[in-house]
Design a protein around this ligand. Structure first.
Ligand code: ATP
Length: 503
């Protein structure tokens, strides 16, 4: 698994998908730049989401609110008081860790021990080895498993009750060590606010303290009535938005999984009070379907229903995805009650209610939201698509099996040789296709090498122009995943490609 993750990192860089930010200055931790191919993949994911959420729903409209918002917004939303992570400082190394991540790391270590036991036993028992049975009956493994369950149960409870003393005790009792130095010398566990501060205005006395938004949702809540009135929206209706959010994450790692500057794709759905449960279930189902529509395998997704709820929620679930480092949250579906609209009413003194003509009364709508990280979705798609295949001739090929609809370049046009008028024909095909799709032209190296390059780049089709093309206006079209090649008329190319890459 670790190996797979390393491959993802190096492939993302080598093929122009993701670069470290400010790399020439040794980078900025947990901040990344999308490169020439990455920006296309990211845009395609965003468009795929927007199409499904906005274009396909008559009752959902989009907005693009600012990153900077009036500072009272974050008082009302609860972020000033409650958007914290418990942190623990190491006296010796002066390093700071998120308490929950430290404990999670510790659990991962114990899981590593379980794996070792399994491998040892598999070797010993050979063909007779039954993993399930071994896990369920082996005393040592059961002991490890119990330890993990106790730790996670206790940690969850103490974090929920904000009982930081207990978190500290847990870390001491288990003799959890600093992952970098091995030292066990901790100081107190403290709460740390994750919002990035900034200032508006030039003069020191009048400058106003602002925050970079930690979520896009609040831009929608404060615009709720503006959109509802000008768009004459009738409940139930939704407002969707994609855009940057910022969090001063303490343990920022796992590449673009947890970044300090990232992009969210959110939709807040306003419903009649009392119907939220129904809509919550519906959106859970709809969002899972959206993921499955990309064809990356149903086994890679699962729901995680929250027992511990945020201050604003009456139900919450994550759609988890099987990343190279295990199942982790990809998207959240939250039933946010009327918490946000009520809070903004209170803090702004403005009414944020909806007049229901059918019921002939005013009420504050309830909200069900779907919130997905665009970068996390990028990592999900990219890591699942990156595969190594053994070919019949004994060689291996690296292929990035991106869903065709998301691939940065849909087709590469390749003249078989750089002479005999073939480049000219290939160029002409590029000129015609570029109106419909992102296509590229490649004439360097032998055609086999070019195929491999396009495979690794995720291009679903290669179109090769050869000497027969001059005779009969046909080309070969090679499919990335099956490697099958077919001879087709140039005039049919656009329709053939469209069939696979259009949603
Ligand atoms: P986590 O538990 O992983 O910190 P969260 O529960 O705080 O995430 P939400 O506040 O519900 O996340 O945000 C919604 C979505 O935004 C998440 O499901 C995730 O895809 C994305 N997201 C949140 N924080 C980050 C981050 N630091 N980097 C990248 N994506 C993020």
């Amino acid at each position: 698994q670790e190996d797979q993750f390393k491959k993802v990192l190096s492939h993302a860089k080598e093929y122009g998908y993701v670069f470290q930010s400010s790399e020439i200055y040794d980078g900025l931790s947990a901040v990344y730049d999308y490169a020439q191919n990455g920006v296309e993949l990211k845009k395609n994911i965003r468009d795929y989401w927007w199409k499904a959420m906005v274009q396909m729903h008559e009752n959902i409209v989009g907005i693009d609110a600012s990153i900077l918002m009036h500072p009272t917004t974050w008082k009302a939303s609860g972020h000033v008081d409650a958007f914290n992570d418990p942190l623990i400082d190491n006296k010796d190394s002066k390093k700071r860790y998120r308490a929950d991540v430290l404990v999670e790391d510790y659990c991962a270590k114990i899981e590593g021990k379980i794996d070792k036991e399994v491998k040892k036993a598999a070797k010993r028992f050979g063909d007779d080895f039954n993993k399930e049975e071994f896990l369920a009956t082996n005393g040592r493994v059961l002991g490890y498993q119990e330890k993990i369950n106790t730790i996670l149960g206790r940690l969850g409870k103490s974090l929920e009750n904000e009982d930081l003393a207990d978190v500290k005790l847990l870390i001491e009792e288990l003799e959890i060590a600093d992952p970098l130095t091995g030292s066990k010398n901790w100081t107190d566990v403290k709460q740390f606010n994750l919002m990035f501060g900034t200032k508006l205005g030039a003069s020191a006395d009048t400058a106003m303290d602002l925050y970079l938004r930690p979520e896009t949702a609040q831009g929608i809540f404060v615009n709720f009535l503006n959109v509802q009135k000008t768009g004459r929206m009738k409940i139930p209706f939704g407002i969707a938005q994609t855009g940057k959010a910022f969090r001063n994450e303490i343990v920022a790692r796992q590449f673009i999984f947890r970044m300090r500057e990232f992009e969210q794709m959110e939709m807040q759905f306003f419903v009649k009070p009392g119907t939220q449960k129904e809509w919550y279930d519906k959106w859970k189902e709809t969002r899972l379907k959206w993921h499955l529509s990309l064809g990356m395998g149903a086994d890679n997704y699962r729901f995680h229903d929250h027992e511990k709820l945020a201050h604003y929620a009456d139900a919450a679930a994550d759609i988890e995805f099987k990343f190279p480092f295990g199942f982790k949250e990809l998207e959240g579906i939250h039933s946010r009650t009327d918490f946000d609209l009520k809070a903004h009413e209170e803090f702004s003194g403005k009414k944020l209610q909806y007049f229901d003509h059918e019921e002939n009364k005013n009420y504050t709508p309830y909200v069900v939201e779907t919130s997905i990280g665009l970068d996390r979705m990028f990592l999900a798609v990219f890591s699942k698509s990156l595969q190594e295949e053994e070919l019949e001739n004994g060689t291996t090929r690296t292929v990035l099996k991106l869903p065709a609809v998301l691939a940065p370049v849909k087709a590469a046009i390749l003249p078989l040789v750089k002479k005999d008028g073939l480049p000219e024909i290939a160029r002409e095909i590029v000129e015609n296709l570029k109106w419909d799709f992102n296509v590229s032209y490649d004439e360097k190296d032998a055609v086999g090498r070019r195929y491999r390059r396009q495979d690794a780049n995720g291009t679903p089709f290669c179109i090769t122009v050869d000497h027969d093309t001059k005779e009969n206006n046909t080309v070969t079209i090679r499919h990335r995943d099956t490697m099958e090649q077919k001879r087709v008329p140039i005039s049919e190319l656009s329709a053939i490609i469209k069939q696979e890459v259009d949603v």
